[in-house]
Ligand binder design. Structure first.
Ligand SMILES: O=P(O)(O)O[C@@H]1[C@@H](OP(=O)(O)O)[C@H](OP(=O)(O)O)[C@H](O)[C@H](OP(=O)(O)O)[C@H]1OP(=O)(O)O
Ligand SMILES: Nc1ncnc2c1ncn2[C@@H]1O[C@H](COP(=O)(O)OP(=O)(O)OP(=O)(O)O)[C@@H](O)[C@H]1O
Length: 527
């Protein structure tokens, strides 16, 4: 990229999150990622450069090691003409979702990250001529904590995502509770994964986006976004999945296309042999939480059918979901166990502020930083060193809990070889694909107190509303069962007295069946 000759008209708005904004080049497969800040937050150019350089170093020295070379794209820091950045900022302003405008793009430093456009495969140089479909998933935390520091027993049964949904809907962030549960996606069980992906398609929130030839065609920006339209999505996807046949339109076609998409994405998510050192992080079996979240509608429906809970994760070890989960599990103590250790580091820093650099709180994120993350011991010897290791592991785990996975699919021509890219078949076509991770910015040390407060807010809200409601339902059922016992006894007495009263009390069978098996009832009725 020639930073000297930048023209804002060659770039268009691509997307943004809470901390950065991305613009894509119209022809070349590159994006520029700018940092965003609240309007009154002034950072020096040097600080911004260092922040971006830290992102690159963390990607190179830590995330590439854990997740594997092919999945992580670190990019490079570039310095751009300030005039270009200002014009670009003006040009894209109208395309930004209102809910993201509480922060401004940094136009003062001139620094940004230049990265491959992951929505258009990895051909860094020029846009592919073949059409490209890209699915971005933000899977969030895929395990339930088993740490003994957890104070609410509920946290051992319901995952954070499912609990957080209720708070998000209550605060108006999203309109309705999603049926998606990260534990289903990370299960490695195809049925559960299909369910998770379909749930994401029904209620995308900020967990799913679909791009066609680099343009966003599916996904919602905020609670005000219109309802997801599957038939419109199917219309976009049909040429990819049913290229040469005249599959009729209508609900049948929509379902067929969505099914194909879900199947292909599942296969891609389960594929992969890329080397990475996440295996070094595998925690002992005693440290793993339950395989299902009680709030997931999938596991609930299994329970209702009287089926056992599904088996533990069958994710293949080479796949990106597996590696991401291993990194997430660096959070061994849960925020409740971590917070006192954070306080220990804080007290030390209050006494010796100059030590912040030696402790590598703000970098450099180098090989030494990476090596210390591999110490998975949980025996607290009371030292600052132990506390620091756990704090840094927690930050890395939180980063993996908030990253996104990009899957790019490009149809293969009939007989053509896939120029060495892996290929995934669908029922009527084949796709060359690539999988990458994005948003691997290390979470700041300063966010730990916020995490601590948020965790308790999420759990308390869930306990107060959903759990309390469930408890009411349970106690109503208990009362019903007591009533039922009483009614059953009454039925027996009546039956003993007269054949006629049998007819009178027969409707109570419906009530009784909730709690008593029909054979028990039959015995009662026939005695
Ligand atoms: O805390 P969470 O789980 O709500 O995650 C935040 C995300 O919300 P989500 O739940 O995905 O809708 C949040 O996403 P949105 O801005 O809501 O799209 C950010 O990713 C935030 O990270 P950061 O503070 O920008 O580094 C995320 O904060 P971190 O907790 O990862 O720091
Ligand atoms: N290299 C890339 N190629 C293509 N699209 C990208 C790339 N990097 C980011 N994006 C797009 O830009 C969006 C915002 O980027 P990103 O997730 O990094 O922002 P963020 O502010 O750091 O996120 P968060 O809200 O999680 O903190 C992504 O959701 C994705 O759609």
């Amino acid at each position: 990229m020639d930073e000297g000759k930048m023209d804002e008209n060659e770039w268009r708005y691509h997307g943004e999150g809470n901390k950065s904004l991305v613009v894509a080049h119209a022809q070349r497969c590159v994006v520029l990622r700018f940092l965003k800040f609240p309007p009154n937050r002034k950072k020096t150019s040097e600080e911004i450069f260092q922040h971006l350089q830290n992102i690159v170093d963390f990607g190179k020295n830590v995330m590439k090691e854990f997740l594997g070379e092919n999945y992580v794209h670190c990019g490079e820091v570039v310095q751009l003409p300030l005039d270009f950045v200002k014009q670009l900022c003006l040009k894209i302003q109208c395309e930004r979702p209102e809910s993201r405008c509480d922060k401004d793009l940094d136009t003062l430093s001139g620094y940004a990250l230049c990265l491959p456009n992951l929505a258009r495969l990895q051909t860094y140089q020029f846009a592919e001529r073949r059409p490209i479909l890209c699915v971005e998933i933000k899977p969030k935390c895929g395990f339930i904590p088993s740490s003994s520091d957890v104070t609410h027993e509920l946290k051992h049964r319901v995952c954070r995502y499912c609990m957080h949904q209720h708070l998000k809907v209550a605060t108006g962030k999203w309109k309705q509770i999603s049926k998606y549960c990260p534990l289903d996606l990370y299960s490695g069980n195809k049925q559960r994964m299909y369910f998770a992906l379909k749930s994401l398609l029904q209620e995308a929130q900020n967990n799913l986006k679909i791009f066609k030839n680099g343009e966003l065609i599916y996904g919602c920006k905020d609670a005000r976004s219109p309802m997801a339209d599957w038939s419109e999505l199917a219309h976009h996807l049909k040429p990819f999945f049913f290229p040469s046949n005249g599959l009729a339109s209508g609900p049948h076609c929509t379902r067929a296309v969505i099914r194909e998409l879900v199947r292909v994405i599942t296969r891609v998510l389960l594929s992969g042999s890329d080397k990475g050192r996440a295996g070094a992080l595998r925690s002992g079996p005693g440290l793993r939480g339950p395989p299902v979240c009680e709030a997931s509608p999938f596991s609930r429906s299994l329970r209702c059918q009287g089926k056992n809970t599904p088996e533990r994760s069958g994710l293949p070890k080479g796949c990106l979901l597996y590696k991401t989960l291993q990194v997430q599990m660096l959070d061994l103590l849960d925020i409740e166990g971590l917070y006192p250790l954070y306080r220990r580091v804080e007290r030390y820093l209050e006494e010796f502020p100059e030590e912040r650099k030696t402790l590598q709180i703000d970098g450099p994120y180098d090989e030494a930083f990476y090596q210390r993350l591999l110490d998975l011991s949980t025996e607290d010897d009371g030292t600052v060193a132990f506390a620091l290791t756990k704090v840094q592991q927690y930050r890395v785990a939180m980063t993996a809990k908030d990253c996104s996975i990009m899957i790019a699919l490009s149809p293969c021509l009939q007989d053509a070889s896939s120029d060495q890219r892996p290929v995934v078949p669908s029922s009527r076509s084949r796709f060359a694909f690539s999988v990458s991770v994005l948003d691997l910015d290390l979470k700041p040390y300063e966010s730990i107190p916020h995490q601590y407060k948020l965790d308790s807010k999420i759990v308390n809200y869930y306990l107060k509303t959903v759990h309390a409601k469930d408890a009411t339902v349970m106690s109503t059922r208990f009362k019903e069962s007591e009533d039922c016992t009483w009614t059953l006894k009454k039925t027996q007495i009546l039956l003993e007295r007269s054949q006629l009263s049998y007819l009178v009390t027969l409707p109570t069978q419906a009530v009784c069946q909730r709690r008593f098996s029909s054979s028990l009832l039959w015995r009662a009725l026939s005695c």
